[in-house]
Ligand binder design. Structure first.
Ligand SMILES: Nc1ncnc2c1ncn2[C@@H]1O[C@H](COP(=O)(O)OP(=O)(O)OP(=O)(O)O)[C@@H](O)[C@H]1O
Length: 150
């Protein structure tokens, strides 16, 4: 049953709620979608060094936050920031794959722009995460370390 319409070459085309005719395969259920998402995380962890580093550093940050008994709001901010960095890493990996699929091993200025901008998005989110850790974790960690030392 047509629910919306799209414009192509000036013509209004009706389309169904799931207009995925070009897809090779469509996840049959919510459980199927979750399984494919997990496969994406697993692929990124196995193949992307930066994704592994960010996962480990993020886990340490969450662990430190819990150990330092940070308030729930601060732990939430740290969690959201780590989630943002990991999500950016996954999008960067997806963009790299689509670019490589499109241009193969040929040089293309637009491929360069796509990859450089995707990498920049990861970098900016990582800097934001550093800033959050510097504001919320470092001062309290310094107090604990200094009190232990002296
Ligand atoms: N097909 C291409 N055409 C033009 N420049 C490219 C192309 N492929 C890669 N590059 C350039 O090489 C850089 C590194 O490419 P690569 O595929 O390793 O991306 P990356 O973001 O550095 O990878 P990773 O996130 O895994 O470290 C890109 O940022 C881009 O500047």
């Amino acid at each position: 049953m047509p629910t919306q319409s799209s414009k192509r070459d000036g013509k209004v085309l009706p389309f169904k709620s799931s207009n995925r005719d070009l897809a090779w395969h469509i996840a049959p259920s919510v459980f199927g979608s979750l399984r494919y998402a997990w496969m994406g995380i697993s692929y990124a962890f196995q193949t992307q060094r930066n994704f592994r580093i960010h996962t480990i550093v993020g886990s340490i940050a969450i662990g430190l936050g819990i150990w330092l008994q940070l308030p729930a709001v601060e732990l939430t901010v740290i969690g959201i920031t780590i989630g943002l960095v990991l999500a950016m890493e996954l999008l960067n990996t997806a963009i790299e794959a689509v670019v490589d699929l499109t241009v193969k091993q040929n040089y293309h200025e637009l491929a360069k722009i796509a990859k450089d901008c995707a990498a920049a998005a990861v970098l900016i989110s990582a800097f934001a995460a550093l800033g959050v850790a510097g504001c919320l974790i470092l001062p309290k960690l310094a107090i604990v370390v200094l009190s232990v030392l002296g």
